[in-house]
Design a protein around this ligand. Structure first.
Ligand code: ATP
Ligand code: MG
Length: 601
């Protein structure tokens, strides 16, 4: 929690100091009240006291009360500025940190947990910092002021105050022991509720079509009940505190009156007035002391929650990227170079534009984090400049995994992945992705228009021209369906492209990669949702209009890759054949099996 303080800016530190200053002033004004209280009590009890004296003393009391109120307002003003400024910064930091995560880091947190961390957890921290500044800061000042005042009044009052204080502290500590673990649990359960709800909402058609509502309701119920149970336990424990507080406050004031009564009855007539006014002032100091306790009780329940929220925020902010995979930022001027600069790796490996091998895998193996077996084993191959290389193999044989390694979404477990002769880990993020036009297996569209989805991102060469976008739309046959739409390329796309068909989304995703005008195309099963004719048309257009661009194409259908320069056949994470279609038909059993299954023999 205290680590979060490092995210405060100098200006906010100044505001924290102002909060502290005005908190001290407020208590100072509060502490000026009892002197005048004492004067009024004496004046009222003394026959013949002039009314004007009472009014002056009363006037001072009112003035100090108003000044104290003004200080409270100033404290609240700066406290809310600091806490909302901090939460704004934390939200920004989490958002950009998550944006720089590699897939491996993503897999450490679930999406709903990341959402909860950047919303609910930040709210918890914001509320805590706000109330800590409004209340917790004043506690030591109030406590010291109250105790010093009481101690000055005599030992009897001090003993009564200490007994009441210890009683309240014991009850509060017991409640905290119950509450703290429950608060910790609740944070995890918020995540569970989030991802259970997300899952059934995202798959709502499947849920309905399979009559699986009950199954999902039960899952949700389990998370919901867990949360409710923890919430109830904390609320019950916290509910005890209110009455205990009243008991403590009222009890101690009652004790003050009883002590006062004894002291007055045993005092002589001359001292009785002094004892009485002392008693009135003591009740004021006791009230001050209990305001401190009330503040503690108000803020304390937030402490465990705020601390566990702060820990969860830190987990995201302090996630360290895999060595060599940190998505390091660079100055714009450096874009196009790789980490360490230079165009040659210094070990004779040609790099940059002089390298004819665009993608190469050198004995690469890869295992997903937490998996028990390798998804890729000893994979070696090279793709030369301008070549079109296809990858084919059965479902789950590791094709997308191989693509993930080319795109540096995951680091190779052993072996090296080289892009233009340079280890993929060595690249600056933007420089690496400037090279690629990538179409993932599952098309992803963003809210906006078809045009904004095609002209998406930045290829390091300035804004896309309208003609680039239209060309890309034509090559990927996006125009085939946008021509019939009233807004054409400016037709709206809703969240995740849910208002377009799978094939339409796939075409937009292809157009997006084409518009980038990259050096390397990476298509991961990107033609699977297209009908045979469109598939052919798009591939033909790509070959003619983007000739010379290196292509790595993952495919399921042999018919769509038959014309590739080379085909790599994969099976269970290994390469089992490399060659052209006719060569493989003669030499590779697995390729022949695939061809047979597709009735190509
Ligand atoms: N994130 C992941 N974590 C753990 N294992 C994974 C992950 N993604 C894939 N795998 C496993 O790795 C293997 C290869 O998966 P991959 O997605 O590369 O297959 P694929 O060849 O692309 O299949 P498809 O043709 O169905 O797209 C599979 O056995 C799969 O279960
Ligand atoms: Mg795949």
């Amino acid at each position: 929690m205290f680590g979060l303080l490092r995210y405060l800016k100098a200006r906010e530190w100044l505001q924290v100091l102002l909060v502290l200053l005005f908190a001290v002033l407020q208590v100072r004004f509060d502490l000026l009240v009892p002197d005048h209280m004492r004067r009024i009590t004496v004046l009222v009890q003394t026959p013949g006291s002039p009314l004007s004296d009472i009014l002056v003393a009363g006037g001072f009391m009112l003035l100090f009360a108003l000044l104290s109120l003004a200080c409270v307002i100033v404290v609240s003003f700066f406290a809310s500025r600091v806490s909302s400024g901090l939460s704004l910064r934390l939200r920004d930091l989490i958002f950009s940190k998550v944006g720089s995560f590699s897939m491996e880091e993503f897999s450490r947190f679930s999406t709903s947990s990341l959402i909860a961390r950047s919303t609910n957890d930040i709210t918890q921290v914001q509320q805590f910092t706000m109330s800590a500044m409004q209340m917790l800061l004043k506690v030591p000042i109030l406590a010291v002021g109250g105790f010093v005042g009481i101690a000055g009044g005599g030992a009897e009052w001090a003993v009564a105050a200490v007994i009441a204080f210890v009683f309240v502290l014991i009850v509060v500590s017991c409640a905290m022991i119950v509450v703290i673990p429950q608060f910790r649990k609740m944070q995890g359960l918020v995540d569970k509720i989030g991802h259970t709800a997300r899952e059934s909402l995202a798959g709502r058609y499947v849920v309905r079509a399979f009559n699986a509502e009950e199954f999902h309701e039960e899952r949700f119920e389990e998370a919901n009940l867990g949360f409710t149970h923890a919430d109830k336990t904390t609320n019950r424990a916290m509910a005890v505190m209110g009455p205990v507080m009243s008991l403590g406050t009222n009890g101690v004031i009652l004790a003050a009156y009883i002590i006062g009564a004894f002291l007055i009855s045993s005092a002589g007539e001359a001292e009785a007035l002094g004892v009485f006014s002392n008693m009135v002032v003591m009740t004021f100091y006791l009230g001050l002391l209990f305001t401190a306790v009330k503040f503690i009780i108000k803020v304390l329940p937030r402490v465990p929650r705020a601390f566990s929220s702060a820990r969860r925020i830190f987990e995201v902010l302090e996630t360290v990227a895999e060595p060599g995979l940190g998505l390091r930022e660079q100055a714009p001027a450096q874009r196009g170079t790789r980490v360490g600069g230079g165009q040659d790796a210094g070990d004779g490996v040609p790099s940059g534009d002089s390298c004819d091998t665009v993608i190469s895998f050198d004995n690469v193996s890869f295992r997903y984090p937490g998996a028990s077996a390798d998804a890729l084993e000893g994979v070696s191959f090279a793709v030369n400049r301008g070549e079109s290389v296809a990858i084919i193999g059965s479902t789950g044989c590791g094709k997308s995994t191989l693509v993930n390694l080319v795109m540096r979404f995951f680091p190779a477990t052993t072996g090296e992945v080289l892009i233009k002769g340079v280890n993929v880990k060595e690249y600056e993020r933007e420089a690496l992705y400037d090279l690629f036009g990538f179409v993932p297996q599952r098309s992803v569209l963003f809210r906006g228009t078809i045009r904004s989805n095609i002209a998406y991102g930045d290829n390091g060469r300035g804004a896309y021209r309208a003609s680039d976008i239209e060309n890309a739309a034509r090559i990927a046959r996006v125009d085939q369906f946008t021509d019939s739409l009233a807004d054409g390329l400016d037709a709206a796309v809703s969240q995740r492209g849910s208002n377009y068909s799978g094939g339409q989304k796939q075409r937009v995703a292809i157009a997006r990669a084409v518009c980038r005008d990259p050096e390397i195309f990476v298509f991961d099963d990107s033609f699977s949702a297209l009908d045979g004719l469109t598939d052919q048309e798009v591939r033909k257009a790509l070959t003619h209009e983007r000739a010379g661009v290196t292509r790595l194409i993952v495919a399921q259908r042999i018919s769509s890759i038959m014309d590739a320069d080379r085909i790599i056949v994969m099976d269970e994470g290994r390469l089992v054949g490399v060659g052209s279609h006719p060569e493989l038909m003669g030499s590779c059993e697995i390729y022949k099996e695939i061809a047979a299954s597709q009735e190509l023999l």
